[in-house]
Design a protein. Sequence first.
Length: 110
Amino acid sequence: MRMVNINDVYKKIFDSYPNVKIEDHIKKLIELDYFYPYNSTFYCITNTVNKSFEYVSKNFTACTGLYREAMLNGGMDYFWSLFHPEDIQLWLKSLQELMVFTMTELNDEQ
């Protein structure tokens, strides 16, 4: 099996979309979080390579009762440690189905 450097893969993807500036999108999401009202939803910006969270929205604590700082400091390993063992496979299956759907059912415009 040939090993591929994940950074090279991401570079190739982002090079294929030269006008996309992910940093600008992330910055706007963070800026907008200030204006969002407190409600029952939250979002996280993940760095899957490092298994960390780049940002956790302000509603996280209100929605979950958990501390944003714990998510930011502990990353995905911390988040996953909160899952009940029986729920992990369901979570992974849901993510897999979502990825398959977005890769096979949606065109570039969608």
